[in-house]
Design a protein around this ligand. Structure first.
Ligand code: MG
Ligand code: MG
Length: 280
């Protein structure tokens, strides 16, 4: 379309650098998932993550971002995103979202997971369900990334996935208003916006070389949230619990490469019928 906004793209060499950053983030989150225990503080997780990232020769990207004081965002229960790590002690059954970002040679990776402290045995059924629904919506959005689609169209795909899960689970899920995914590369947050809900516009057309962060945030109650007086932590207005999952993804010539998945997305892409096409 004449005058249509162009989606920025990266060269294969640049995507390979982004994979290095993404792998640091993916491995850090995998390690945190395996080590999070009741009795630890969110600050303990944060220190371990900073050591891990720096030990890989990478730099934490959140630390100092607009003054943010942590390497991770750790958001517990009714906290949706941007939780500041600190003295809070984790308890069995807590629903915890961990968001992590790292920089290698100036290139960024950004991803988030949700876990239940103490594992499935300690979890409320609805917490496992909302986390699974959010993760499913993430992978549905990723699988929809292909040359020719408008990037805003992911919003409808994510919304439909969450609605289908709500029906299947017999729950009311809401997608948090006002927060979205984003383009990523030499900065963490770049154009374009990656919507989590259906919008009227199609947005810039996806083409090979595009790199975006897809990150649905879903609650067991309201879509409305507010920031606490710490000016960071976002909580649901009704106290309902929330889940957040995120990956940084590259659209390659033959398909997709999930830069923050340790396996590059091979397993999950196959499961959702998308083509795994790494550059290495
Ligand atoms: Mg993130
Ligand atoms: Mg992000």
């Amino acid at each position: 379309m004449f005058g249509r906004e162009r989606l920025p793209v990266k060269t294969p060499e640049q995507i390979l650098l982004m994979r290095r950053a993404g792998l640091v983030v993916g491995e850090c989150l995998q390690w945190l998932r395996d080590s999070a225990r009741a009795g630890m503080t969110t600050g303990d997780l944060d220190r371990q993550a900073e050591d891990f990232i720096r030990g890989q020769g990478a730099t934490p990207s959140f630390l100092g971002y607009y003054g943010f004081p942590g390497t991770l965002c750790v958001s517990v229960n009714d906290e949706v995103v941007h939780g500041i790590p600190g003295a809070r002690v984790l308890e069995d059954g807590d629903l915890v979202s961990i968001d992590c970002g790292a920089i290698v040679d100036g290139w960024h990776g950004d991803a988030a997971i949700t876990l239940v402290v103490g594992g499935d045995a300690a979890a409320r059924a609805e917490d496992l369900q909302v986390s699974a629904a959010t993760r499913r919506a993430l992978w549905a959005g990723i699988a929809a990334l292909r040359p020719g689609i408008g990037i805003y169209e992911l919003g409808g795909v994510i919304e439909d996935s969450v609605r289908d899960s709500a029906r299947a689970d017999g729950r009311r899920y809401s997608i948090i208003d006002g927060y979205t995914g984003h383009g990523i590369g030499t900065e963490m947050h770049m154009e374009p916006t990656v919507h989590n809900e259906r919008v009227r516009m199609r947005g810039p057309q996806v083409r090979p070389g595009a790199t975006v962060a897809v990150e649905p945030m879903v609650t067991l109650g309201t879509h409305e949230s507010h920031e606490l007086s710490d000016e960071w932590t976002v909580v649901t207005d009704d106290g309902s619990r929330a889940s957040h999952w995120e990956h940084t993804v590259a659209v390659t010539d033959g398909g997709l490469w999930v830069l923050t998945a340790v396996d590059g997305g091979a397993a999950e892409l196959a499961a959702v019928g998308a083509t795994f096409a790494p550059l290495e």
